[in-house]
Every structure is written in C-alpha cells, then in structure tokens.
Ligand binder design. Structure first.
Ligand code: EPU
Length: 429
C-alpha cells in the first residue's frame, strides 16, 4: 500500500464573542447531536463498504475535520446534519499530522484502518492544553491483538494481516481507547474482551451502531465489553445521541443567570451526576416532555465536585461548574481526576474577579457576589464555555478571544444563548 501525506491549511478564524452580562436566560433550546459520539461513529464507516447514513450530526469544526480526514483516505463523504459515508474504495491509510494536530480524536481512525486495510499510519496527537494525553493504551491493545506497531517520525504505524481476538485490560478507563479497540475487534478473528472499558453513553451509541452493522458486541455500557469478531460489517443508517455536555452547559447557564431554560432533545439519563449536583446548588431540575427544565433562583449554594469517568461527574463539565461556583455562597472544592492540566480557565476566571486557589488537583473556589466583565482568552473547548457562562453572569462587558476553541464543540452557541435572552454577539477581530 502506498501511503501519502496530504498537507492541510489551517484557516483559523480569529472571531471574538462579546457579552454584556446580567440577562436572565429564559426559553427553550434545542440540544444538538453529541460531538463525542459523532466522531467515532463517522470513523466506524471505515469498517464497511457501501453508503452509511448518520443523522443528527452537529455542525462543528471537529466534525468538519473528521470529514476531511475520512475523505483523505479516499472515502466518499457528503452532507451536514445527515452525513453519508462510503468507504468502499479507500486509497490511503494515513492520518497526517496537519489534521491530527487540530483534533486529537483523529486517533479514532487507527483501529478501523488496521482492521479493514491491514495497515494504518496515524500521526501521534502529542499533548494539548488539558494534559499530555498519551495513546499508549490504544497501541498496547492493538499489539495484544497481534498488530506490529512502530513509532516512527512522529507517527504510529500499525500492521496486521488480520487482528486476533485478545484479552485487553485498560490500566485507565479510556473513552477513545475503548472505542478504537471495540471497532478494531469487530473484524478481528476470534473474541476480544475489553476490561475496565469506558462506560460513557458515547461508547454505547457507537456499540449500537456497530451492532446494526452486524457486529457481535455485548456489555457496552459496563466495564467489560465482549466482541466476537465477524468477517464483514454492512452499511447502516443511524442517529447520534444528544450532546450531554452541551445540555449540561445550558443547564448551568440557567443556574448562573437565575434563569428558566427548557432543554429539548436531551437525554436526562445521561445527565444524572450533573442533575444531582445542580439540585444541591439549589436549582430546580425537572423532566419535561422530550427533555429537561432547569431553573435557577439567584442564590447558589457552594458544593464540592470531583470529576470521574461516567457515570461520575464529567470532566467536560468541570470548567463550567467552576464558573457557577465562582458566584456560590461559600467555599467549593473542585477536584479534577481525569486530566492533569484542566484548570486553564482558572487564571481567566480570576481576571473576572473570581477567588480561586489551585492546590494540586483541586481548585478552592470562594464564591463572590458578582463577577466583573473583562477581556479573557479561551484556552480549550470547555474552558471557553466556562468563560462564556461567567460572562453571562458578570457585571459589564466580557470579550472572549480565541473563539475557535468553542467552535470545535458547540454549535452556534452565541445564537442559542441569544435566543434565550443573552446579550451576546460574535464579531470579526
Ligand atoms: N490515557 C492514557 N493513555 C491512553 C489513553 C488515555 O494515559 O492511551 C489517559 C488520559 O491522558 C487521561 C485519561 O486516560 O488522563 C482519560 O482519557 P480518555 O482516553 O478517556 O480521553 P479521550 O478519549 O482522549 C474523551 C473525550 C474528551 C473527554 C475525555 C474524558 C472524545 C473525542 N473526547 O477523550 O472530550 O474529556 O474522553 O471523558 O470522546 C471534549 O469534548 O472537550 C473532550 C476533551
């Protein structure tokens, strides 16, 4: 197989988001499809020959990157809210540094490419703002399945005529690791057992899609997943689950502005840890037809939060919860156990008047009565969301730069917030 490198250009828009804080958010918001379910599911199309159709795909920068990546292998891909992918005629098995560096989830093509093509060359993602984020567990699992894996010139090169079923134990529960190996195992010879597997709803959504393709999977949603390899998978039509992190962010927006927001199309079962915590802060969260209603009452009780793999409190909601705690009525201890450097928002929140001290893996947040608007900078996706939330509650103007981070994971967030009554706009820098 000839492996080609396809350089891409990054045209990163330098827009800003400007918020005049102080508006109570009220009304209804439609929750989009989950980024972190759509990404592996789009990659799963590489396991099949023929047209797959995926509905409820969010319109996000990471999705556009994934589409470019899948297209770069020679697969046909088209559509937006409903995306069609046909990987019958793949010509390349290389994920270039240019694409992988803009989206770490690109590593999700490694398992499907080796399983389907017998070879894959995928750039190592490297570290990112929230931590080192190695992919050693993905690689070790593929080796356990009989792949020859070499690290060369910053790339993972994996080869296996046909992967073999194996007993895999993940030292750490890894979401994309579980997804990658579950996809690879579908076309392996024999049975693969994944232990300490991730239990996130996005893993279950992917497993459901794979099973519709003809894969034999049991245990998805528990920490032991069993995959009996099959010779072939078939194209499917599937729907992406709602984005629980986007939903959670809007619930916190209701809390921090003392608002009343109805979230349509979200799945309350995926949000239980957050719902419980928000109720502890004094919010009312209630089921409504097709979603949830989140009501803030102005006074916010300070609570402690510790991030954990699902069903624990999601690390992807830690920064947003911290924004809420900055205006709590006491002291809150927020502990991050998943990523070693996911407190980049702290220094920016502090610029808005927040009283936060970091001690090891915990942030001590002493609530203040009012944040002040300030120019702030987004450092990663969820940090950006927390700064927007802080801006909604702050007195005066907040100007958020490096908005491209938020575009990776929130579909038209400023339009959705504006429809709820926020004074928010996007401007070209
Ligand atoms: N880890 C290793 N070795 C590995 C893989 C992971 O040491 O081979 C470590 C990580 O460094 C981290 C922990 O294991 O400390 C868990 O990381 P995980 O692999 O679960 O993270 P991920 O799969 O890279 C996904 C989401 C993230 C989310 C995390 C945790 C996708 C595309 N990304 O990342 O989403 O924070 O799980 O839930 O599903 C986001 O959307 O903003 C985001 C960062």
């Amino acid at each position: 197989m000839t492996v080609w490198l396809r350089p891409e250009r990054n045209n990163i828009p330098m827009d800003k988001i400007i918020i005049q804080g102080g508006q109570r958010l009220c009304g209804e918001v439609q929750i989009s499809g989950a980024k972190n379910a759509a990404l592996p599911i789009l990659c799963s199309a590489l396991l099949t020959e023929g047209w797959n159709t995926y509905h409820n795909i969010p319109d996000l920068m990471d999705i556009r990157t994934a589409k470019k990546l899948i297209g770069s292998f020679g697969a046909e891909i088209s559509g937006e809210a409903s995306v069609r992918v046909n990987a019958a005629n793949m010509t390349h098995a290389e994920a270039s540094y240019e694409l992988v560096k803009t989206m770490r989830a690109s590593i999700l093509v490694l398992g499907p490419l080796v399983a389907r093509m017998g070879v894959a060359r995928v750039s190592l993602p490297g570290g990112c703002a929230i931590g080192a984020r190695p992919v050693n567990l993905h690689i070790k699992a593929l080796q356990d399945m009989g792949a020859d894996v070499e690290l060369k010139d910053g790339y993972v090169e994996a080869r296996a005529k046909r992967l073999k079923g194996a007993n895999i134990y993940f030292d750490i529960s890894t979401v994309t690791g579980t997804e990658n190996i579950m996809m690879a195992a579908c076309l392996a010879k024999g049975t693969t057992i994944l232990r300490n597997a991730a239990r996130e709803p996005e893993v279950v959504n992917l497993a459901d899609v794979l099973m519709d393709m003809g894969a034999k999977i049991t245990g998805a949603g528990t920490d032991v997943i069993t995959v009996e390899g099959v010779d072939r998978l078939y194209p499917v039509e599937a729907t992406i689950i709602p984005d629980r992190i986007e939903a959670g962010t809007f619930m916190i927006a209701a809390g921090i502005t003392g608002g009343d927001v109805r979230l349509k199309g979200c799945n309350p079962l995926h949000l239980e840890a957050l719902i419980s915590k928000l109720r502890d802060t004094g919010m009312d969260i209630m089921p409504i037809e097709g979603g949830l209603r989140a009501i803030g009452h102005g006074k916010i009780r300070s609570i402690d939060v510790k991030t954990q793999p699902y069903p624990g409190f999601a690390t992807d909601l830690q920064a947003q919860m911290m924004a809420l705690m900055t205006v709590g009525n006491g002291l809150s201890v927020i502990t991050e156990t998943i990523f070693e450097n996911r407190f980049m928002h702290v220094s920016e929140l502090t610029r808005m008047g927040a009283d936060i001290v970091i001690q090891g893996h915990s942030a001590m947040v002493k609530g203040i009565s009012k944040l002040r608007g300030a120019p702030v900078m987004a450092t990663d996706l969820r940090a950006s969301a927390s700064l927007i939330l802080a801006g909604l509650a702050a007195k005066g103007k907040t100007e958020l730069s490096r908005v491209y981070h938020i575009d990776r994971g929130y579909q038209t967030i400023e339009k959705k917030l504006s429809a709820l009554g926020a004074d928010i706009k996007r401007v070209r820098a």
